[in-house]
Design a protein around this ligand. Sequence first.
Ligand code: NI
Length: 163
Amino acid sequence: MAIRNIRTMGDSILTKVSKKVEKIDKRLLVLIDDMLDTLYDAEGVGLAAPQIGVLKRVVVIDVSEEANNPIILINPEIIETDGCQTGDEGCLSVPGKVGTVERPNYVKVKAYDKDMKEFTLEGTELLARAICHEIDHLNGILYVEKVKDGLRDTAYQEEETDE
Ligand code: NI
């Protein structure tokens, strides 16, 4: 278990397409543990393997308020979407910034778990947004490419919303 360094925009690894996971081995399990450690340390909602420099199709997401409900997606594929949501999005690889992005309001995703068993997961609102955002990372796409009215600084907003 370790916290890994998060790559930031400008690092070319973030623009590359990640490779499918072929088998679950000890190395991959360590990667997943480290991704979760890194996600929780950074207080993020989601993290994709390329963000810590590993070009594998692995994503971790936790949208729970208590940050105790990790979702692990290996080789995720969106198989259904519905509706549309417009809202602010940020990324651990683009610190201090936020921007408005349109995403589907409902997403159904097919993925594999740590036992390489296939499962499907449905998400709406924030979870749907996170699934789309993280899968984009696996395809070398940052949300900044999809932002509608440019990036804004978060500093002021954080002060406003901190409880
Ligand atoms: Ni991101």
